[in-house]
Write a protein of this length. Sequence first.
Length: 217
Amino acid sequence: MWAAGTYRLTHALKLRARDSGGNGYDVDYDGPRRARTRRSAGGRRITGWTLFDRARGIYRARAPGLDTRQLYVDGRREVRAQSKLDPSGFTKTDTGYTTTNSAMADWRNQSDIEVLSNWRWKSFRCPVASIVGDQITMAEPCWHNANVFYGVASMGLPTRIENAYELLNKPHEWYLDQRTGWIYYKPAPGENLAHEDVEAAANERAGERARNPGAIR
């Protein structure tokens, strides 16, 4: 029997054979009647939101040590700050891309930026190492692993650019600055973060987070 409340798991919940029913009996994991019981498998609640950019309507909160692609507000999964679909002006090179968007060289925390590239059933993801002028150098060994195969089976042009503060421009989008430990969020009109339940996926086993390897998800 689970008592009322929220149970936050720091590790994946493991159930073994001995935790199952037998001899015609079932095991039911539940809370007391009329009591709200919730298990958060690796969720980390984010609180203490303050207004950061009044003109753009962006708030931020402390989130030191957080490394995630998932943020939920009142149970609704939000999207990271991202570019439009299939952004133009990119050309693939041996080390990454060139871009006609000269402003990208001035984007903050470039190693937090990720490039998503979809092809048929494959979804490639690689972080950026640096942006100098029009040259985008992708992080290794991710870039190598994403291009082991030649042609269309390798990582292609960007489907989206994700997790850049400069792309945080739509309600319900968010951005994580891992270097300084701040998370940013742009609420919709009427949304009050003091009363919202904001949860980030923080357990690698509960929501797998492959920052480096292979890029294919």
